[in-house]
Write a protein that binds this ligand. Structure first.
Ligand code: ZN
Length: 461
């Protein structure tokens, strides 16, 4: 994602009513370095098979138990956590992603215009899953952190036509074929839900409201899927394990506590099961158990960056900032391209209240922001790091950046103005303060590009 974001010409979304994700139980966009990496591993070959540049396609994860996936406003793929949690095989999830990629390849979303309406100025949560879980039941804390970010509004229910659905199916089959993967998962996913065809519109899973299903469609899909699957390679053990890890993590972090116990009982000594139980223990503030389990996992997979991330998080959130630095540092060493891991390390460093550590945190956050300039939480932490060094002008500027990324233009403007008063205009930061003021100036705001989903939403009527 570049600094100058693509303009959203239209939101072509499934039924989507989102509220600002103030708590883990609320619906919203979530970030998680590990899950994003796995979804990339799953999706990039399909995007490439579609002739798209994988880096140009954004993948968003929406915390919602229902089954849904959709593309919006060009090359943006949205996946509900429910879809990931319920996928039985990698092919099922990949098949759905291939189908969505088919909508992009077919130009189905960009030719449609659905009213964006109140969705303008949506806020993008750029915090990790675990951090989000912390705010369950503490919306005030989240509100303080996110500022007065505007809420997700209602997006118009968008429905593809049957012709578009069939075309996306065929494209999806092409992409599975080109990547040598079985299409059986896509067929079984559709078959599993074919009874939904008989249901009234409102009772269907959102996926089948936006992607109408029909017996004809399944028949056409099945016919060709047979050929595609006959030539396919089986999924690698890694791909199968990756799905198990994503599911374990999601169930652990956002599933009801009972689900962890029923899906991952103590008798299950597999890595995903221990992972889910470690996360559940952390959520239940059973720190001792959480640490024991994560240490067992680290012993088995000492090169797994995300195990160290979780350990660091457990320590940090239980007030042991100094001890959390080591695991977070190790996670950054093992996965140096992951901005979210750098932000975690920076948070821990700031938490130590040590001057040298705060300075290191500042550098770490700047690295993270090189990778993800729209990471509002990284800007938030950078403001903290500056403030601790008494660099108030720079802190105000970082807060302005944070507000800007969250789409809160009046806050962005106010903080940029404060920053400009304190900074020298001839410096890069002074210039940037001036730029943000111009970008968020109330006189220029109306009718201009607004921000949302980490991109500008351009409303056209
Ligand atoms: Zn579709």
């Amino acid at each position: 994602m570049g600094v100058m974001r693509k303009v959203l010409h239209a939101i072509a979304a499934g039924a989507l009513a989102m509220a600002l994700p103030l708590s883990a139980s609320a619906q919203g966009l979530i970030r998680d370095a590990e899950i994003e990496q796995i979804l990339r591993d799953y999706s990039n070959p399909l995007f490439a098979a579609a002739g798209l540049k994988p880096d140009d396609v954004n993948i968003y994860i929406i915390q919602d138990d229902s089954l849904n996936a959709f593309v919006a406003a060009g090359q943006n793929v949205f996946l509900h956590t429910g879809l990931i949690m319920e996928a039985k095989t990698p092919e099922e999830l990949k098949g759905v992603i291939a189908h969505e990629t088919g909508h992009i390849a077919g130009g189905h979303s960009v030719t449609r215009e659905a009213a964006v309406g109140a969705a303008s100025g949506t806020s993008l949560v750029t915090m990790g899953l675990g951090v989000l879980a912390l705010f369950a039941g503490a919306p005030d804390a989240a509100l303080a952190l996110f500022g007065s970010a505007p809420q997700f509004g209602l997006m118009t229910i968008f429905k593809f036509t049957r012709a578009e659905e069939s075309s996306a199916d065929q494209y999806g089959l092409d992409f599975m074929e080109k990547t040598g993967q079985s299409a059986d998962g896509l067929v079984s996913f559709m078959e599993h839900f074919r009874y939904e065809e008989l249901m009234s519109e409102s009772r269907r899973d959102p996926y089948f409201r936006s992607h109408p299903i029909s017996s004809d469609r399944i028949a056409a899909l099945t016919r060709r899927a047979r050929d595609v699957s006959a030539k396919a390679q089986p999924q690698t053990p890694e791909a199968i394990q990756q799905l198990a890890m994503m599911k374990a993590k999601l169930v652990g972090f956002i599933g009801p506590a009972g689900r962890v116990m029923s899906r991952y009982p103590d008798t299950d000594q597999s890595i995903p099961a221990k992972y889910a139980r470690a996360i559940a223990a952390y959520r239940a503030v059973d720190i001792k158990k959480a640490l024991t389990l994560i240490d067992e996992l680290i012993t088995v997979q000492p090169e797994n960056a995300y195990f160290y991330e979780l350990k660091g998080q457990i320590l940090f959130e239980s007030g042991r900032s100094l001890e959390s630095v080591g695991p977070h540092r190790r996670s950054v060493e093992l996965a140096p391209k992951q901005a979210l891991l750098k932000v975690n390390l920076a948070r821990s460093l700031i938490g130590t209240k040590d001057d040298a550590a705060v300075l290191e945190a500042e550098g770490m956050l700047q690295d993270a922001l090189q990778l993800e300039p729209d990471n509002a939480f990284a800007w938030n932490q950078l403001a903290v790091a500056y403030a601790k060094q008494g660099r108030i002008g720079d802190a105000d500027l970082a807060t302005a950046e944070e507000a800007y990324q969250l789409g809160d233009m009046s806050r962005a403007y106010n903080f940029a103005r404060r920053a400009k008063d304190k900074l020298t205009l001839q410096t890069p930061n002074g210039q940037r303060a001036d730029d943000i003021m111009a970008l968020s100036d109330p006189r220029n705001r109306r009718g201009g590009a607004r921000r949302g989903f980490g991109m500008a939403i351009h409303t056209e009527h």
